[in-house]
Design a protein around this ligand. Structure first.
Ligand SMILES: NC(=O)c1ccc[n+]([C@@H]2O[C@H](COP(=O)([O-])OP(=O)(O)OC[C@H]3O[C@@H](n4cnc5c(N)ncnc54)[C@H](OP(=O)(O)O)[C@@H]3O)[C@@H](O)[C@H]2O)c1
Length: 307
């Protein structure tokens, strides 16, 4: 940060934390978008923006009542009636398969998949399939969802996959010997591990998708005032006290929107963005061998063959 930026940050921290906004004016009429976890927070603001641009937006959520409330608010505000709610629980592979099956039966095209849903700081718990909750929802759930929808993305190309990761990936490791935290568990680290998995998945996916006109990029949205800290009493209070230093969900959605619509990213793939620009990936996030191993371990855990 240069001196001018420091002075700006001290004099007007609100403006500084807001970060960059997506400047693209791209229209999305005729485009079909799925956004996971779009009933609140960053996902909801991403859905609102893409609906305003004219896309058909599928809000894929586990809490249908909350999702319907978000969808009707977005429909009323944007005038776009093509904002649709579909049931998806990423903590249950049966629900993920049902969601994909229905989507593929009902929709002919898919142009943008935004893997946004996430959990953080959960007390130790497991998904319906016995995966540690952070790794299960944030990584394995989205890995399976992407696998099930990939052919439709390829048929609809040019298409984009956007994985919402985090700066927290810098603190993560892929602990192959204890992927489900059964030997040792720390809920902060479990989140970091799952966000590193998002970065590695994006890297390997982009490599495998070369030449298909389907791109895959990851991003950090910034520190955003949202419901993400709901599992920690302390963090919930800290988030409230320091809310002035956090992005609003609209500000936090800008990099997701940028990765989904920016014309200059048409053929950009395998990258990691923050504040609508390329950002530094941790050395562990650039480890191709770990990325390949995580891919095959994920396939084994999910019982799928993805070559
Ligand atoms: N907020 C930040 O500072 C920050 C920083 C870095 C990265 N991120 C990332 O940004 C993404 C969005 O987070 P956010 O801040 O907007 O948090 P949020 O307000 O808590 O939203 C998370 C969304 O994920 C959904 N979700 C959780 N578990 C799910 C499941 N099993 N199946 C389907 N959906 C599920 C939630 O649905 P319910 O409401 O039904 O639970 C909610 O819609 C996450 O991937 C997060 O890791 C956030």
């Amino acid at each position: 940060m240069n001196t001018g930026t420091w002075v700006g940050a001290v004099l007007c921290p609100g403006r500084y934390v807001a970060g960059e906004r997506c400047k693209s004016t791209a229209k999305m009429e005729g485009k079909v978008v799925i956004i996971t976890g779009a009933n609140t927070g960053i996902g909801k603001e991403t859905a609102r923006d893409l609906a305003r641009r004219g896309a058909r937006v599928i809000i894929a959520c586990r809490d249908i009542a909350k999702a319907e409330a978000a969808a009707s608010e977005i429909r009323a505000e944007t005038g776009n009636q093509q904002v649709i709610v579909k049931k998806l629980d990423l903590a249950d592979t049966k629900s993920i398969r049902e969601f994909a099956e229905k989507f593929l039966a009902e929709e002919k095209e898919l142009h943008i998949l935004i893997n946004n849903a996430g959990v953080m700081l959960c007390p130790y718990s497991k998904t319906a399939d016995g995966f540690e909750m952070h790794m299960g929802v944030n990584h394995l759930g989205h890995f399976l969802l992407t696998f099930l929808l990939l052919e439709r993305l390829k048929q609809s190309a040019p298409a984009r996959i956007v994985n919402v990761s985090s700066l927290a990936h810098h603190g993560g490791r892929i602990r192959f010997h204890d992927l489900h935290g059964e030997k040792s568990y720390n809920r902060g680290l479990a989140y970091c591990h799952s966000k590193l998995a998002n970065v590695l998945f994006t890297r390997e996916l982009a490599r495998r998708l070369q030449g298909t006109k389907v791109t895959a990029n990851a991003l950090h949205p910034g520190s955003v005032s949202s419901e993400l800290v709901r599992h920690s009493f302390v963090m919930t209070w800290l988030w409230k006290i320091f809310s002035f230093f956090l992005k609003t969900p609209w500000e936090g959605a800008q990099t997701s929107i940028y990765c989904a619509v920016a014309e200059e990213l048409d053929s950009v793939t395998g990258q990691y963005f923050s504040d609508c620009q390329p950002a530094y990936i941790s050395p562990r996030g650039r480890d191709d061998e770990t990325a390949r191993k995580l891919w095959s371990v994920s396939c084994e855990l999910l019982g799928i063959q993805w070559d």
